[in-house]
Design a protein around this ligand. Sequence first.
Ligand code: 5AD
Ligand code: SF4
Length: 443
Amino acid sequence: MRNSETPKTYRVKSFGCQMNVYDGERMAEMLNDKGLSPAAEGDDADLVVLNTCHIREKAAEKVYSDIGRLTKGDKNPMIAVAGCVAQAEGEEIMARAPAVGMVVGPQAYHRLPDMLDRAVKGERGTDTDMPANAKFDVLPQRRRVGPSAFLTVQEGCDKFCTYCVVPYTRGAEISRPFTDLVTEADRLVANGAREITLLGQNVNAWSGEDATGHEIGLDGLIRALAALPDLERIRYTTSHPNDMSEGLIAAHGEVDKLMPYLHLPVQSGSDRILKAMNRSHTTQSYLKLLDRFRKVRPDIALSGDFIVGFPGETGKDFEQTLKLVDAVGYAQAYSFKYSPRPGTPAASMDNAVPKEVMDERLQRLQAALNRDQLAFNQRSQGQNCDVLVERQGKLPGQWLGKSPWLQSVFFTGEAAIGDMVRVHLAQAGPNSLRGELKQTVAA
Ligand code: 5AD
Ligand code: SF4
């Protein structure tokens, strides 16, 4: 491990979910406060933070190969391993990879600056404690955010789906206090955010007390944030079907700033497999739930997560998943091959599905999902829609932003990052839409 000088530049490489992106930003803010600056594009950094994901296969192998790449030849950066692989396999990483100076879990990364001081003196350190909410009390205030910002409101999971490592790596469900969240949202908006996505592994399990001491759920938090005048859009992810409240559904019909988009993982269309996954919902209860959203917000875009090849999944089970996809008509969805995660109940189940079968099922599922995604985008074609401009496109005069339904929209015309503009959607593709600027909605 490099142990002589204090690093001057850093790079945080975040893998996996949006919460890791959020955590990565917060770590970067701490390193900025410590006097380090982000390494320029293409330059080697003195300190590299690998902010890892453990949700699917080969997570640890990927970390070791990244470390190998970072230390190739005479390169010798200081390396910190953070995120869920750090939480799950921290000790082993320390033992196997002498180049790593710090291992820090997702609930302990606020201690990174102290660990860095010690690492500079040559003391390697591991911190995978899980003190609920502790990091949020000491992280520096938010600064320099883009027009679309993340805000972690809830962390951890008590659901214990049999395939999933999250309850072990992120710990038990906790909600951040209401006033802290309003304060952080306020700061984000003051620093340029016009859209906030509320994050949580089970974001709709969020609960708290509002300023008057009333118990509220996620819908109450959303309504409170909608009162921030310069905030234009609110989103939230990821939800669990079993924590969906009447109030949250109603909010979709009542709160204009709440975007018409719902990411609601289902995983499988077979009740037998859902039971083996310990999902505690059925295909029917899931579909009924979606109907309730559609009733209050007919244009809502639906998104989901799917796993194919869970142990024991038969051809018939898989056909039921395809049937569910047909019934829902997703605007967008994520699908994965089942990957046994060490320490989870499903990892020791019999009847593993052969790799070729999984490959074939994933291909068929993705073909169906892509078909529906294109159809959804095609329905927007010819319409005008509001787009929040997030960045410049690759072509001259081109911009990229998001529609209310989270579609990527490329357009040409006079605009700036952070503008809310009206765009005529001329052409729909599977992954994005193209159009021309009609007018700026608000500066
Ligand atoms: N194998 C494959 N996919 C998984 N996911 C979670 N655990 C696994 C696993 N062991 C998927 C689920 C979840 C998403 C975040 O990742 O679909 O919703
Ligand atoms: Fe994992 Fe299930 Fe919790 Fe989602 S609800 S994080 S899939 S255990």
